[in-house]
Design a protein around this ligand. Structure first.
Ligand code: SF4
Length: 294
């Protein structure tokens, strides 16, 4: 196991349990909105023996282990590692991007995971863009159907920004990244920005109050609904726990795509605005009634 970080105690990563968190190195996606750049690029520095030695005498105080990353399922010896954790009597939660349904199936068959949490990046037609890598949508749907069979599970979507090829509305503190397109785009949206001027406060204000405009920068309510429909189609039911999470920008050192770094975004777009999340909650709850904002 290539482990880059180990958090000894967490009260928020496994619902209702005190958990240790294992961050594994490497991911097969390159989501532009990911802020785990340091985890993905660091050398692995914690051995699996160190993790097991820490856990062994603490059973009772710590009751679970969360495997996240990166993508934990890429670690060739994950099964053996999880078996050892289970043998010590700990619950195991796996955070996954769902790219390897065959490994999920194997873990399910052997009862090695108690709680599976799968990221749904967005609707199928935006997946490649949101994940920053080619995606096999059939594998993704298989993974969704497998995750729904674990003893406990959740799906979650971070309402993150994306750079659109068709309707670019990406902006930065220092101006537009594609001036010739951005200015016409802003005109099309009838936003009060003078041609040739750099970004001004007015744009952000207009943006933040209106989900229609925000949907050009973040995943839109319609796109979030299409992501929810994919879950319903893949599993044949709509009862799943589904969480909408806000995107929170971090520093350039942490973000995979520096254009989404704090230094490069106006304050109002550094987090998914609450009204936008609420508009998405309303739209998505029609299809997945058990949806919450986390
Ligand atoms: S956010 Fe994307 S790139 Fe980052 S760890 Fe998760 S799946 Fe990998």
């Amino acid at each position: 196991m290539k482990i880059t970080r180990f958090l000894r105690e967490s009260y928020s990563d496994y619902p209702g349990k005190v958990a240790s968190v294992v961050f594994t190195q490497a991911c097969n996606y390159k989501c532009p909105s990911c802020h785990a750049k340091q985890i993905l690029n660091s050398d692995y520095s914690v051995s699996q023996e160190q993790v097991l030695q820490y856990l062994n005498p603490r059973k009772g105080f710590v009751n679970a282990v969360v495997l996240c990353g990166g993508e934990p399922i890429l670690q060739p010896d994950i099964k053996n590692f999880v078996k050892q954790i289970k043998d010590l009597g700990f619950f195991v939660k796996l955070d996954t991007n769902g790219s390897h349904p065959e490994i999920l199936q194997d873990l399910l068959k052997e009862n090695l995971v108690d709680y599976a949490a799968m990221d749904i990046k967005g609707p199928p037609y935006l997946y490649k863009q949101l994940a920053g890598s080619p995606i096999n949508i059939n594998n993704l749907k298989k993974a969704i159907s497998i995750v729904a069979k674990f003893p406990d599970y959740e799906f979650r979507t971070t309402i993150c920004p994306l750079i659109r090829q068709d309707k670019i509305s990406f902006i930065s503190k220092s101006g537009f990244n594609t001036p010739q397109l951005a200015v016409s785009d802003l005109e099309r949206l009838k936003l009060p920005v003078a041609k040739g001027k750099k970004i001004c406060g007015k744009y952000s204000v207009a943006c933040c109050g209106d989900s229609k405009f925000l949907g050009n920068f973040f995943i839109s309510p319609e796109e979030a609904v299409d992501a929810a429909k994919m879950i319903v189609q893949a599993t044949g039911n709509n009862t799943h726990k589904y969480f909408l999470q806000k995107f929170v920008s971090r520093s350039q050192e942490e973000m995979i795509d520096e254009r989404f770094a704090k230094e490069n975004l106006p304050l109002e777009l550094q987090e998914t605005p609450k009204p936008h999340l609420e508009a998405i909650l309303k739209a998505v709850s029609v299809h997945l009634p058990n949806t919450k904002i986390r």
